[in-house]
Design a binder for this molecule. Structure first.
Ligand SMILES: [Zn+2]
Length: 274
């Protein structure tokens, strides 16, 4: 699933290349992705792109005909084909394609079994309900300890689920929540309400360090290398059965919210409480 560090790297890559370009063609191959039927994606054909921005895990193309917003769901992505470059004949599950006036092509793909990519054209990004409801973003320079505190509160919700809840914190998914909890030495299933002030402080620093560190590492990579770079950078997530890079204990697999998650039973052991 794309999470905010990879989406941020994608947005920066695209922004450098599409700013100022005119959208020459936009073909939708899978009409179920269109969420604004009165204003279909084709309505931005002929518009000039002012820039590309990230909103949580969504991206938005600001154009002279409104914002074209793309949600990736679990398995969506954008493949980039350079202007004048060799045509990419690789068969991909393309749901839409955008051709720019210099000949560059963006192919929006969905590699999952379940179609979750969305496309909307709106006046403002917050006209998309999922974006209006986004919580504070740990990649934002003004993300604060208070922002995290508001997300956690005294909620009786497991912190791994809470970290992935987009209305509480924007941009974190299954993989980075495992990495954050390992860094913070916290049990994924612990409820937010039981965390003491030291644990909350650790969670804040782990969240910011993991997410910002990932952006710094991914920045500059081409879009088709980002997923693999993310997989390779994981210390804990996806590494069940391997030694923990901190203590050497075997990493264990969990099923959490229907997805596979991992933790280190030594680093993330339950702390005794008074
Ligand atoms: Zn460990």
């Amino acid at each position: 699933m794309p999470e905010s560090p990879e989406v941020q790297a994608l947005v920066e890559f695209l922004d450098e290349r599409v700013e100022g370009r005119v959208i020459d063609e936009l073909e939708v191959a899978e009409f179920r992705i269109v969420k604004t039927r009165d204003r279909p994606p084709v309505s931005v054909v002929g518009a000039r792109v002012a820039g590309v921005r990230r909103f949580g895990k969504h991206i938005g193309f600001e154009t002279t005909a409104g914002w074209l917003m793309i949600g990736f769901g679990r398995n969506g992505w954008i493949r980039w084909q350079e202007a004048g470059g060799p045509p990419n004949d690789q068969p991909v599950p393309e749901v839409a394609r955008i051709v720019l006036d210099d000949g560059a092509v963006m192919r929006i793909v969905e590699t999952g079994d379940f179609l979750a990519v969305t496309a909307s054209v709106v006046d403002l990004p917050t006209d998309v309900a999922g974006i209006a409801a986004l919580g504070p973003d740990p990649l934002s320079p003004d993300f604060s300890r208070d922002d995290l505190e508001r997300a956690l509160g005294m909620r009786r919700k497991q912190i791994k689920a809470l970290l992935q809840e987009q209305t509480s914190l924007a941009g974190i998914g299954n993989a980075y929540s495992d990495e954050i909890l390992h860094r913070a030495k916290l049990l994924p299933a612990a409820h937010a309400a039981v965390l003491d002030s030291n644990e909350r402080e650790r969670l804040f620093h782990a969240t910011v360090d993991i997410m910002r560190g990932a952006v710094a590492d991914r920045r500059g990579l081409p879009p088709d290398r980002l997923k693999q770079a993310k997989v390779e950078a994981m210390a804990i997530h996806g590494r069940g059965g391997s030694p923990c890079p901190v203590c050497g204990t075997t990493i264990v697999d969990l099923v959490f919210g229907g997805a596979s998650a991992q933790m280190c039973p030594h680093c993330q052991a339950e702390q005794p409480r008074e």
